[in-house]
Ligand binder design. Sequence first.
Ligand SMILES: Cc1ncc(COP(=O)(O)O)c(C=O)c1O
Length: 402
Amino acid sequence: MRDSLEELAIFGGVPAYGQMLHVGHPNIGNHERLLERINHLLERGWLTNGGPYVQELELRIADLLGVKHCIAMCNGTVALEIAIRAAGLSGEVILPSMTFIATAHALQWQGITPVFCDCDPGSHNIDPRRAEEMITPRTSGIIGVHVWGRPCDVEALAEIARRRHLKLLYDAAHAFGCSHKGRMIGNFGDAEVFSFHATKFFNTFEGGAVVTNDDEMAAKMRLMKNFGFAGFDNVVYIGTNGKMSEVSAAMGLTGLESLGEFIEANYRNYRQYKRELADVPGVRMITFDETEKSNYQYIVLEVDETVTKISRDQLVEILHAENVLARRYFYPGCHQMEPYRSYFPHAGLLLPETERLVQRVLSLPTGTAIGPNEITGICHIIRMVVSHGDETQARLLARAAR
Ligand SMILES: Cc1ncc(COP(=O)(O)O)c(C=O)c1O
């Protein structure tokens, strides 16, 4: 444990951790069960194309979420692209800029214009009132993103979509296993899309799924993810290759068996971070509604530089030197990334809350790979540098001038 600023790695001390502590270190369930499944699939010789593991995974996920259809896919981005096409989106689609770039790219890739909407500073999710203001005659839909797994204002968005005759999709990449008013995420809008990327709380190495209660949309997406094949030699639709492989589904089935453990570890970490950072001035941790189901996968801090005297970026630099790979999700905001930055150079004028938030937010390591001692160490470093904010700032400036 560091006792003084000089001991920090950024000022020449030894890094607190010998190994990198990552945000989103993969959660892996029981290794034996996974290897057993992989052995079976190798013996079976059915590696992809809707094999038994994919079929079982789809049923289990649909059952877990209480949703009619789950269509497993090769990743969350392709799942988004397919959901967007199946929903018939075109022209302009409103989405938050406070999201991972894939939400915007999935639209632009298909010649649809992403229209970036500001977020609510409290929830970090798309602000429905601002979303409605951005509707034009070319708008065909809205994509909400349940950022950090905290549900969007689904009631307000549904009301706007209904009244303005728009399709409503959700990028639920962060929200697998979360609920809103007791109903699992997956049941809102026309369809919801999950990512099962290795860094997600539940993973299939690479993978994703679209879930929906709409029979027609589900049937379309099943065709679309398999080149539009409706049977041997019979292509009835434009499609792509969005299929999940059997080895990914084997990982998914194994992960599902440990979902409770993953949540328990995340929840334990969340409670500890919350307790140990509670009294650090200028650092606010985002919280989850504990009466709902949450996966607690994201430990997110908002840093108020006017109080801490050091910026979020400086705090990230200090943590990185200690081998704590804190991340600045979703810096600098989709609207500041190409090609959107060139297409809409003044978009930021309509996104004041997003612009403010992307300068303040940082995400800390959690998951099954991190324990209480590491969390105590991380919180101690944050508390120490913030409680000596002016001195830390002076030392950082002196170091930069050297
Ligand atoms: C909000 C969001 N949307 C979409 C994606 C894309 O998912 P994938 O990496 O599975 O393609 C991710 C994460 O990777 C994400 O965080």
